[in-house]
Design a protein around this ligand. Structure first.
Ligand code: ADP
Ligand code: MG
Length: 639
């Protein structure tokens, strides 16, 4: 195929502009990105060649080479990895690999300039970091197994790139950077050494460079000593696997750079967990809890999982069997001693050792989170805002760790300021002596919850109510049932007997007896509800709807309806509760006692029901009828 000029995909240009400008102060990381890509490409062919040795074409011995050409002003990063064919080059270097361009730009606009670099790596834009130091980048590549047919890609990073088919003898990729005038220091041997040591020291494959060394050669007898300059290839990185080294040798930067290498995150992690497991199962683990949430975190196709090594040999990345799914935000490496080297994804699932590793890692991660929550609450809250949603899944899926997970939960509450959180332990600790249960309420937002009639009675007692604003919370409470022996009770569910003392209970029974006929009348007329009874949870409002304990609440029910899942669940039957002390209810009672046949009774009873429907956040089934009833009432009052 001849040379073609193609435009970058939508918004690439703008993005590249931002990358080049916002990363400028830290631009040496371009080298880390290119070495990282080269290392990935080598891992790939190493893995593929296990099943297809022909791919190697006789050349093994992995190597990443930095080639400096001072005359041409170029720095080349060469690898003998898997390489790319024409399509792969266009796909990988002409578009953003992941589909997040728009999200990226949106997020970028909301992000302060100094935080921007951290965003870039997550979007798989590492390669474009080249344009921070180069005004032109040429990529020469040939895919392993593609014999002499290679591809040449070139761009100055401004709107378009060229591709053409070329001859390339050896497999792998050369990335040639035509360095900008102010980036010529990257031709300097010592500069390159420093950058490699700082950012890529742990890379497993050798990163090499030709260096000139002048040696003094002792002359033979009678001759003078002379100097000889020789070129030798030197390896710049120590190549030590970070997780195999001892903690005391490793600096924070060592840990963080390795994290950036495996995670796509340009920012530092929130926590590093590095340990050796001994005993039933032996392995080394280096795990990271990220600080920020990757933009595509909720995408079900997102790859996650740890990198698995067996006795230092890389086996696979995205190994999801090593951790329960609710810990899928954790990044890192596990190097196991006892698994067979030829283990495949399928075999891995059947291996009993994997379960042991998983429970060991889980325990370690949960205890680290606990320590973070107890010792560094602000940091934990930041983490929790990003990953709490996923962690909560564990309450339902990991019964053995249910209690530990419950300890990690945080909620806003009626007594916290907006944006502050309490843990279940703190809630229980602060409970007044007469409070027996833990109260919660689900709803769309704190604002709606604060105004909810369901809080009235609980507030009056001085009890706190946990605010739950995520639909998954419905399953969290159903999974937990209780915490430290205290039942979790929805203030919009059940009888709320915990709010009633002996006298209150007696009073309610008495009033119920007195109003028995009216309650029966309303129950008959308002067929939508299962029962009509007096409430212990209201002080200011006249009425509310409640569902039975253990049933789904209105908030989640309404969400399920909205997404069209009606029919897949059974709607919880509602009970209409009336506040006997409210003037409207008292008047209704008076009217009923005076004339149980008064036609207005049904209408007014229905209005109390309809108010309650609106208060629980649901829609009226008969809005026209509601308007008519309201209007009748207004007319009666105004005329
Ligand atoms: P990421 O590495 O996060 O995927 P990059 O922008 O760094 O994003 O690279 C984009 C893609 O280009 C890589 O995923 C890979 O498919 C391809 N690529 C980049 N460099 C190389 C290389 N040296 N050899 C083979 N493929 C490469
Ligand atoms: Mg990369």
């Amino acid at each position: 195929m001849s040379m073609e000029t193609l435009p970058f995909k939508t918004e690439m240009t703008k993005m590249m502009d931002i990358i080049v400008n916002s990363l400028y102060s830290n631009r040496e990381i371009f080298l880390r990105e290119l070495i990282s890509n080269a290392s990935d490409a080598i891992d790939k062919i190493r893995f593929d060649s296990i099943t297809d040795p022909d791919l190697l074409e006789g050349e093994s011995g992995w190597k990443i080479k930095l080639i400096v050409d001072k005359d041409a002003g170029t720095l080349t990063v060469r690898d003998n990895g898997i390489g790319m064919d024409r399509d792969a080059v266009v796909e990988n270097l002409g578009t953003v690999a992941r589909s997040g361009t728009r999200e990226f730009l949106e997020k970028l606009q909301q992000t302060k300039a100094e935080d921007r670099p951290e965003l870039i790596g997550q979007f798989g834009l590492g390669f474009y970091a080249s344009f921070m130091v180069a005004d032109k980048v040429t990529v020469l590549s040939r895919m392993a197994g593609d014999k002499a047919k290679g591809v040449r890609w070139e761009s100055s990073g401004e709107g378009e790139f060229q591709v053409e088919t070329v001859e390339k003898e050896r497999r792998g990729t050369d990335v040639v950077l035509h360095l900008k005038e102010d980036a010529k220091d990257f031709l300097d041997e010592w500069k390159l050494r420093t950058v490699v040591r700082n950012y890529s020291d742990f890379i497993e494959h050798p990163v090499v460079m030709d260096v000139m060394r002048t040696e003094k050669i002792e002359g033979a007898e009678g001759e003078e000593a002379r100097e000889e300059t020789r070129v030798t290839e030197e390896t710049l990185n120590s190549r030590q696997a970070v997780w195999l080294r001892s903690k005391s040798e490793l600096s924070e930067q060592d840990y963080n750079e390795f994290y950036k290498h495996i995670s796509r995150d340009f920012g530092d992690p929130a926590k590093v967990i590095h340990y050796v497991a001994e005993g039933v199962v032996e392995f080394k683990a280096l795990l990271y809890l990220p600080r920020q949430r990757p933009f595509d975190f909720l995408n079900p196709e997102r790859k996650n999982g740890l990198n698995l090594y067996i006795r230092r040999v890389f086996i696979m990345d995205d190994c999801t069997d090593l951790l329960p799914s609710y810990l899928r935000f954790v990044q890192g490496v596990v190097d196991a001693a006892d698994l067979p080297l030829n283990v495949s994804r399928e075999l891995l699932q059947q291996n009993p050792l994997v379960d042991k590793i998983q429970s060991n890692l889980t325990a370690k991660i949960l205890s680290t989170l606990k320590a973070m929550k107890d010792g560094e609450k602000d940091k934990y809250i930041e983490f929790y805002k990003n990953f709490g949603l996923v962690l909560k899944e564990g309450v339902h899926t990991d019964w053995t760790n249910k209690e530990k997970l419950a300890d990690l939960l945080l909620f806003e509450s009626a007594k916290t300021e907006a944006g502050d959180f309490v843990s279940l332990a703190e809630y229980v600790e602060a409970m007044p002596e007469d409070q027996k249960e833990i109260y919660f309420l689900l709803g769309e937002s704190r604002k709606l919850l604060e105004a909810s009639p369901y809080l009235e009675g609980v507030r009056k007692k001085g009890y706190d109510v946990l605010f739950m604003t995520e639909p998954i919370d419905e399953w969290v409470v159903q999974g937990l049932m209780e915490y430290k022996g205290k039942r979790l009770v929805g203030v919009d569910k059940g009888e709320l007997e915990g709010l009633e003392g002996e006298t209150e209970k007696e009073q309610k029974e008495k009033k119920t007896e007195e109003m028995k006929d009216l309650l029966g009348f309303l129950k008959e007329k308002i067929a939508e509800v299962e029962d009509v009874r007096l409430s212990s949870r209201l002080t200011d409002s006249a009425s509310c709807l409640v569902s039975k304990e253990g049933r789904m609440g209105a908030y989640v029910e309404n969400i399920l309806k909205k997404i069209g899942s009606e029919g897949e669940f059974e709607e919880s039957p509602r009970i209409l509760e009336l506040n006997p002390d409210h003037p409207v209810v008292a008047a209704l009672r008076g009217r009923y006692e005076a004339d149980p046949k008064d036609a207005r009774l049904e209408d007014y009873g229905r209005l109390l029901y309809e108010q309650a429907v609106l208060a629980e956040g649901s829609k009226l089934k008969d809005p026209v009828g509601f308007a008519r009833r309201m209007n009748d009432l207004l007319v009666r009052d105004l005329t």
